[in-house]
Write a protein that binds this ligand. Sequence first.
Ligand code: PHE
Length: 461
Amino acid sequence: MNMAVAKHEKWSSGFTFLLAAIGSAVGLGNIWRFPYVVGENGGGAFVLLYIGMVILFGIPVVMTELLIGRRYQMSPVNSLAHIGQDKPARRLWNALGWSYVLVPIGILSFYGVVAGWTLNYVVKMGSGALTGVDATTVENTFNGMMSDPVVMIFWQTVAMLITMGIVARGVKGGLEKAVEILMPALFIILLVLVAYALYAGDTSKAMDFLFVPDFSKLTGRSVLEAAGQAFFSLSLGSGAIMTYGAYLTKDISIPKMSCGVAFADTLVALLAGLAIFPIVFAHGLDPQAGPGLVFVTLPVVFDGMPFGQLFGILFFLLITFAAVTSTISLLEPMVSYLEERVPHMRLKMTFLAGAVTWAVGVLAALSLNVMSDVKPLGFIQRFADKGVFDLLDYFSANVFMLLNGLMIAFFAGWVMKRTALLEELGLEDSGLFKFWRLLIKVVVPIGVGLIFINFVTEGWL
Ligand code: PHE
């Protein structure tokens, strides 16, 4: 391995890093998934549980991934190979490095498909296709998109081309420029939508639903969902945060940045809830509508509201911006690895990584319609009903994200030198450091391990 070639651009400032990392964290997970998972798990108590998971597992693992990235300043593959080289379990750490660049490719392949849906909906809203129609038509529109392979692949391709176009331009010229525009726009749109929802919707019901906990609604499965959601939402176990950490300069405080990312990510998820639930309740609709909450329930509601079309466009633009600032962070780990292999070829390497991801994504898109009979793991009973899309989601976004996060915490806790950790975190040998170390050495591996075993064995606690 040639370590000398591994020179990557660095973020211009702590602030641009923060925008990019928050951009990665804030995505479909916050605006599309969080509200419906909260809905399905009964509201306030789940929100509290989720916040607990962010503090207990999320922040310590964000710190760990950032510090490993920054210490070695390379892609996850080479960073982990480097630290593991003289260690007994060398192969294991190599494999972990690979998992950290392959998992984001797996996620991006189906995430790109959903990002395509949101782009499609910006246009549908804008063209008035969802204005002045009844609920059945809105539902048919969604089902129509799901069953049309050409439309779906077209929009997935657009989403992937946008992602590749940004990533190809590099850290400063691409990623930074994109997040500097998209993130402020995202926050402004979100605040406008929250204000609109609080004004036009049923605020008190939404507040009760989101913030008054009813613990009897929690089940063993909620714990699992909360942990999985926290990992997904913070982009952990997927190379994004570690790779972004590799572009950090040494003067920036990793503990502070980690708390900033976790705080902003959670805030956006809650604000997304406040933009959606007041409207859902005001119309007597079901908060447990599942994945269709955003694509079916909301368009119906917007249609019946003053300036509904305008706010509908804003809403889907919001999700699209959130999705794009995440897709770029999913492509970057692989591109940074390829750049280390073949220096000065970023454009070609981006195209290569993007094309492979796109091709897998096409299979994911087709598995929702024309290939819906194809069950690649059909010979295993529990996967018998899962097509490519569901399998990618299951393995990359659930199984391997948790596994990677667990391993990385274990690795930093037990294998890396204490002095290296202290130096990278810039913490004195204080109570705070000891607490963090206890979390990654013991609490995260055991906690996430139990959740993982339960998940894989479908024990559902
Ligand atoms: N955190 C993103 C979201 O909430 C998804 C993501 C996962 C992005 C992993 C990058 C890496 O939508």
